[in-house]
Design a binder for this molecule. Structure first.
Ligand SMILES: NC(=O)C[C@H](N)C(=O)O
Length: 334
């Protein structure tokens, strides 16, 4: 019987790295063939087509390259002979690329992003086992219509929910708020739940002029003003708690909004959404009244990706708010 055909797009990351003896540190070096030769027995499960995109460490990935990758993923997943697409990626920015793909590609076939936490020179290189789990996930009929998935350490997470939580653990990718979607066990994926709140932003463009500013006790407006003065079209504020800022940041927020720069508020807390609960100076109520948009429960780096895609579709305040607040807030709530 013919095996399902899976395309694997290699972009780089630790999964493609080994230690260069001259510098004594890991750099991307393995080709797709070298990586796949370590994924033993995979031909019993699927026919693999390897596609080289690049050898980028996670920190070298940027939004324009993500959009280039998106075009390749879209073209590949639309092929009739392909049952799904896997993307290897550096884990440092994996969640941003996965979320960008999730928001901007609407397809039934599974798309899985995978990486490794240990490079091929280390004991316990986890690249091959993660790739094997990714293949098992992509070929499963149960993986259809789940959006982009992140598979690491035999755990399947939704791109919109997952985040890197630990700098070294193999079990670093977690959906902190709701838990994983499923597990890969005995070469099969078993799902425990579905994603109910997926969002599609139909665009093939991106507005890269969006900054991310993290708030901390006693901070003032200088970074916000700098961001506005250097051409930002949008600013994501990783605010405090439920979505509040130190009063000294209000001047900068007003400056931004008066100049037509969209300000999106999320929280620096790892879980929970922002809301206009507090009425004191700098509280969410005041931010809302000033015109700030709420970004739900997204971490700053993902809200930034979403704002970049949203700004490529519209600059209308109401439309932008509808995209950014989609599924998180209801008319009579705020
Ligand atoms: N585990 C990894 O992939 C981390 C690496 N620094 C990267 O993102 O490329």
């Amino acid at each position: 019987m013919s095996k399902p055909k899976v395309a694997i797009i290699f972009t780089g990351g630790t999964i493609s790295m080994s230690v260069d003896p001259r510098i004594g540190a890991a750099i991307p070096s393995l080709s797709s063939d070298e990586i796949m030769s370590l994924v033993t027995n995979i031909d019993k499960f699927a026919e693999i087509e390897s596609i080289e995109f690049g050898k980028l460490p996670g920190p070298h990935m940027d939004p324009l390259k993500m959009m280039e990758l998106r075009s390749l993923v879209l073209k590949t997943v639309q092929r009739e002979d392909i049952c799904g697409v896997i993307i290897t990626h550096g884990t440092d920015t994996l969640e941003e690329t996965a979320y960008l793909l999730d928001l901007s590609i609407n397809c039934e076939k599974p798309i899985v992003v995978v990486g490794a936490m240990r490079n091929s020179s280390e004991l316990g290189y986890d690249g091959p086992s993660n790739l094997a789990a990714a293949v098992c996930t992509v070929i499963s009929p149960h993986s259809k219509n789940k959006g982009v998935l992140v598979v690491m350490n035999n755990t399947v997470n939704a791109a919109g929910e997952v985040t890197k939580t630990n700098t070294l653990s193999l079990d670093t990718f977690k959906s902190l708020e709701f838990g994983a979607l499923g597990v890969v066990d005995n070469d099969r994926v078993i799902y425990h739940r579905n994603v109910v709140n997926r969002q599609y932003i139909p665009t093939n463009k991106i507005e890269t002029n969006v900054d991310l500013i993290k708030c901390a006790a006693g901070m003032d407006s200088k970074f916000i003003k700098y961001s506005v003065d250097t051409g930002a079209k949008g600013i994501v504020l990783e605010a405090l708690g439920r979505g509040n800022v130190p009063p000294q940041m209000l001047e900068g927020i007003k400056y931004a909004i008066d100049k037509g720069v969209f300000v999106v508020v999320v929280s620096r807390c790892p879980t929970g959404r922002v809301l206009d609960t507090y009425g004191y100076e700098g509280g969410g109520k005041q931010l809302r009244e000033m015109g700030a948009i709420f970004g739900g429960d997204l971490p700053g780096q993902k809200a930034r990706i979403k704002l970049m895609l949203a700004l490529s579709v519209t600059q209308d305040e109401k439309e932008l708010r509808d995209i950014m607040e989609h599924g998180q807030y209801y008319e009579n709530e705020i």
